[in-house]
Write a protein that binds this ligand. Structure first.
Ligand code: DGY
Length: 324
């Protein structure tokens, strides 16, 4: 019997491809870049399943192009690139890759927090340039982490992991979310507070909400005005949660002390002026880029699409209603 045909829109780690190839006829995009819209729509035609990326917009047009497809497995935990209600209406299963990147992403949020607060990238640059003239009492003074207040915006898996890792730094943890996370309160003594209170009291605000209509531009110039002037912002969630041009303006106006960002509003473009600010650390959406996370994501995406093409329930299905 012919194997189901699966298309992978960009090369993923071999762990996932090897698993896929055992059960499916697999074609991987030959380009090591995001597909253009036209390339994507052409490539998914006639496939039984697709492994897609956060850079692929999977919407009504994609479902039309991939007529007969048995499902799309997103190689990411975030799924704002997928039109879930439209897929559900068409009874097309979708999946994501939860859990395997929780710690890696929270670790990266910590890396950005420290790098911004302790001016790691800025001072490294000065040292490399050969312009450091020796130790000085007023050089590269940054913010204290130990004993500071950490504000977690979105206390799901990754936000809670970020909070849990604060214990060694004896931090006070505040959090805000649509609902309370009692496990987090018990684990680290985190206090559930309104968003405005979190902004006013936190020395570090770390963003972990998914991108949804309610969270798009949750942070604007006005929001930064409510933060401490000495506070730092960290974002490893999704870029459009911040109005990035407002963030640049807020940093230039000194409304906050600095920022550590892994995600951007118009990826891969950066807001004008962002890259020339000395008090930001800007990594290129690499929070999940560890060996075990990326292998885990590949294995999950493969297992999900294999289940879909076999007509079985995908383990990480986002719209299980399609199976009823
Ligand atoms: C995700 O999985 O949503 C990250 O942004 C990329 O790993």
């Amino acid at each position: 019997m012919a194997k189901p045909k699966v298309y992978v829109t960009r090369r993923i780690p071999d762990a996932g491809l090897d698993l896929l190839r055992k059960e499916c006829e697999v074609e991987v995009s030959p380009h090591d870049r995001p597909l253009t819209r036209r390339e994507f729509l052409d490539a998914i035609q006639g496939r039984d399943g697709v492994v897609c990326l956060l850079t692929d917009k999977v919407d009504a047009e994609a479902f039309e192009a991939a007529a007969g497809v048995k499902g799309f497995a997103n190689f990411a935990v975030g799924f704002d690139n997928l039109d879930v209600p439209e897929a559900t209406r068409r009874r097309i299963p979708l999946s994501n890759t939860p859990d395997v990147l929780t710690d890696a992403t929270a670790d990266m949020a910590w890396a950005l927090l420290f790098a911004a607060a302790r001016r790691v990238v800025e001072s490294d640059g000065v040292n490399r340039s050969g312009s450091w003239k020796g130790w000085g009492p007023l050089q590269f003074i940054g913010g204290d982490v130990t004993g500071a207040t950490l504000g977690i915006v979105g206390a799901g898996r990754i936000g809670a992991a970020m909070a849990a890792k604060s214990v060694g730094f004896r931090m006070k943890v505040l959090y805000t979310d649509a609902r309370r996370n009692e496990a987090l309160e018990k684990a680290v003594g985190a206090r559930f507070v309104p968003f405005e209170e979190l902004l006013a009291q936190s020395d570090f605000v770390s963003v972990h909400v998914p991108l949804m209509p309610e969270t798009r531009h949750l942070f604007t110039y006005d929001t930064f005005r409510k933060m401490k002037k000495t506070a730092y912002l960290v974002n490893t969630a999704r870029g459009p949660v911040l109005a990035e041009d407002d963030l640049v303006r807020a940093l230039k106006d000194g409304l906050i002390a600095g920022a550590g960002l892994d995600v951007y509003e118009r990826e891969p473009a950066l807001a004008e002026g962002l890259a020339s600010l000395p008090n930001v650390v800007i990594t290129p959406h690499t929070a999940s880029a560890t060996v075990s996370s990326r292998n885990g994501m590949a294995l999950k995406a493969a297992a999900n699409v294999i289940a879909m093409v076999k007509g079985q329930k995908a383990p990480d299905c986002l719209n299980p209603e399609v199976y009823t």
